[in-house]
Design a protein around this ligand. Structure first.
Ligand SMILES: *Cc1c(COP(=O)(O)O)cnc(C)c1O
Length: 386
């Protein structure tokens, strides 16, 4: 059974949970902005100006100057015509997939896509199919074999449980060849990847890939991760965004996020743009973690992003490893099916710019104990399977 634990205090790496002190490696607050003093100040002063609730949906009375400004600044940051705010990433994904597809269409999804994308597909009137993780030849075959009236290819940018990237240049090429729409959900990439933090669209720029709005008509980002806030956005050309305003039902029929949240998120965005050292710090932690974990005989996921998975196989091994870490005062969640495929239960470790070198040392020391528990036979088996 899944359980919840109530945390006290702010979202920072050092936390008190049920009276015990932990260093946490499971938050998505990658850049350490959730509790940043300037973000908190911006929120407080905006609450004084706007009050708490937005009072309605964006189409009625909920759309405030703060939302408008945040949309304009997000569009500018991402180099796109327009941005559209959603109250959550889940709603953005369900809304966009449903708006872009209809009866007779086909939604093609990576098998490891986030649940909100998969649900968006199942809830749509179009047919949904999944291709094996990052397998472009199967995707190509599915597109060639299909006689659907329209196609939407959907992928995570950074995969949320492994931390690896979607093959963006190949996805763009396949979408172009087959005249399919392409939608990327870069919830974990935006803010973290690329020199300026534009995420997966920037991560492939050294390979000469700099997707235009036509190459990648819909790009989704969430505000609850690197931005340290809550909510989500889509960016695209003016026509696409106008279309979503008219047809994305979770956008139309839901209360706009509190304007003070939008205002505080503008400060997050400014920090995210002006302080590239935060991204560099996360990358440094990831590199050092991988170097040191390599000596521990543990199977890591193939990831250079802030999401690092230690694959342990069966559910019980992952749960036991998480408990071992907890005894050492290190909080890392065990992730098991159905969130990940059977046989790939794991520890999911995420790094934040707010982690210190001493935090990393504690994690490595605690993982040494986990590694001692896992027989080398099991490790070899996992290496072979993963
Ligand atoms: C977290 C996440 C979402 C959901 O975003 P919320 O704003 O938390 O609803 C969607 N897609 C991916 C890939 C995510 O990691």
């Amino acid at each position: 059974m899944r359980t919840r634990v109530a945390r006290k205090g702010q979202q920072t790496p050092e936390q008190e949970i049920a009276g015990q002190h932990f260093v946490s490696f499971c938050s998505n607050d990658y850049l350490g902005l959730a509790s940043h003093p300037q973000v908190r100040e911006a929120f407080k002063s905006a609450v004084d100006r706007y009050g708490l609730g937005s009072g309605g949906s964006h189409m009625v009375t909920g759309h405030c100057a703060a939302h408008q400004l945040l949309e304009e600044e997000l569009a500018d940051f991402m180099g796109r015509d327009r941005a559209l705010l959603f109250s959550t990433g889940y709603m953005a994904n369900v809304g966009i997939i449903n708006a872009l597809t209809d009866t007779g269409g086909l939604v093609l999804q990576d098998s490891l896509n986030h649940a909100s994308l998969l649900d968006g597909g199942w809830l749509s009137k179009a047919e949904s199919r999944r291709y094996p993780h990052n397998d472009m030849s199967v995707l190509q075959q599915m597109l060639s074999d299909s006689n659907a009236s329209h196609h939407l290819i959907v992928s995570d940018g950074v995969f949320s449980m492994d931390g690896d990237l979607a093959p963006l240049p190949e996805l763009i090429e396949l979408a172009r060849q087959h005249r399919a729409w392409l939608m990327i959900d870069d919830a974990h990439g935006i803010g973290c990847l690329g020199d300026s933090g534009r995420g997966i669209v920037e991560a492939f720029s050294s390979a000469g890939c700099d997707p235009t709005q036509a190459d990648l008509p819909v790009l989704v980002g969430t505000l609850g991760k690197a931005f340290g806030s809550t909510g989500a956005f889509a960016v695209g050309d003016s026509e696409m965004i106008e279309y979503l305003i008219q047809f994305a039902r979770p956008y139309i029929y839901s209360t706009a996020m509190p304007p003070a949240v939008a205002e505080a998120t503008r400060t997050s965005l400014r920090l995210l743009r002006e302080e590239p050292w935060r991204r560099a710090r996360v990358q440094e932690l990831v590199t050092r973690f991988r170097d040191r974990a390599a000596g521990l005989n543990l199977q890591l996921s193939h990831s250079t992003s802030p999401i690092q998975a230690v694959i342990l196989g069966d559910v019980e091994s992952a749960m036991r490893a998480s408990r071992t870490l907890a005894q050492e005062g290190v909080h890392v969640s065990a992730i098991r099916p159905p969130t990940v495929p059977a046989g790939t239960s794991r520890l999911r470790i995420t790094f934040s710019a707010a982690h210190t070198d001493a935090h990393l040392d504690r994690l490595i020391n605690a993982l040494e104990r986990v590694s001692a528990d896992v027989s080398s036979e099991t490790q070899n088996l996992l290496r072979y399977r993963y």
